[in-house]
Design a protein around this ligand. Structure first.
Ligand SMILES: NC(=O)NC1=NC(=O)NC1=O
Length: 189
């Protein structure tokens, strides 16, 4: 869809900008860390140990771009089982997590644009989440960064009409975007 193309272009531009601003010391630290330490650095990007292990095994990366490309290539393999595993670490939209973990702080940042003060919107999102879970049997996942609560609610209601197969692929696309953005967040410090 047009929206997806615009988003893909915007994400690409964002990714290029991040690569320019990335401080090489984070990449250097990642390349030279032990396997355990390197895994720790990227663990909050997505709760999939195999993906973490494979990304770490691909070191050393000559650039952030090369690392992001490898991460994206690895995430192309994901199917329903990876989606369901990863969802354990993603709070519902609107349920801003209180936890102190790295995942929780990523989720809070990502959901910052979901206006928590609008009671009607909060209620509509809670209802939408319930409808989605009744329909598909798992939590609704969307790349929340940069999206308003209204946009998220519209996206949710649109996706309720998807077939099971189409919605699995859409949720995986969202998971890939979240993971890439978090990875950029780790290395763009
Ligand atoms: N259910 C969700 O979509 N959760 C999330 N989306 C994000 O972008 N971060 C989350 O934690």
């Amino acid at each position: 869809s047009v929206e997806q193309t615009d988003v893909a272009l915007a994400l690409q531009a964002y990714s290029l900008a991040v690569q320019e601003t990335a401080h090489p010391d984070a990449l250097r630290a990642f390349n030279s860390a032990s396997v355990e330490q390197a895994k720790e650095m990227i663990a909050a990007c997505v709760a999939l140990p195999e993906w973490q292990q494979s990304l770490v095994a691909g070191r050393p990366y000559v650039s952030l771009g090369a690392l992001l490309e490898k991460a994206a290539a690895l995430s192309e393999r994901w199917q329903l089982s990876e989606l369901e595993s990863a969802l354990q670490a993603h709070p519902r939209i609107g349920d801003k997590p209180k936890g102190l973990s790295a995942e929780s702080s990523f989720s809070r940042q990502e959901q910052a644009s979901v206006n928590g003060h609008d009671a009607a919107l909060r209620q509509a999102l809670a209802q939408g989440n319930a409808d989605y879970e009744a329909r598909f049997g798992r939590v609704f996942l969307i790349r929340a960064k940069g999206r308003s609560g209204e946009k998220i609610l519209a996206n949710l209601n649109q996706r309720l009409k998807n077939s099971d197969a189409d919605e699995i692929q859409e949720a995986l696309r969202q998971l890939r975007q979240i993971t890439q953005l978090r990875l950029q967040g780790v290395f763009a410090r």
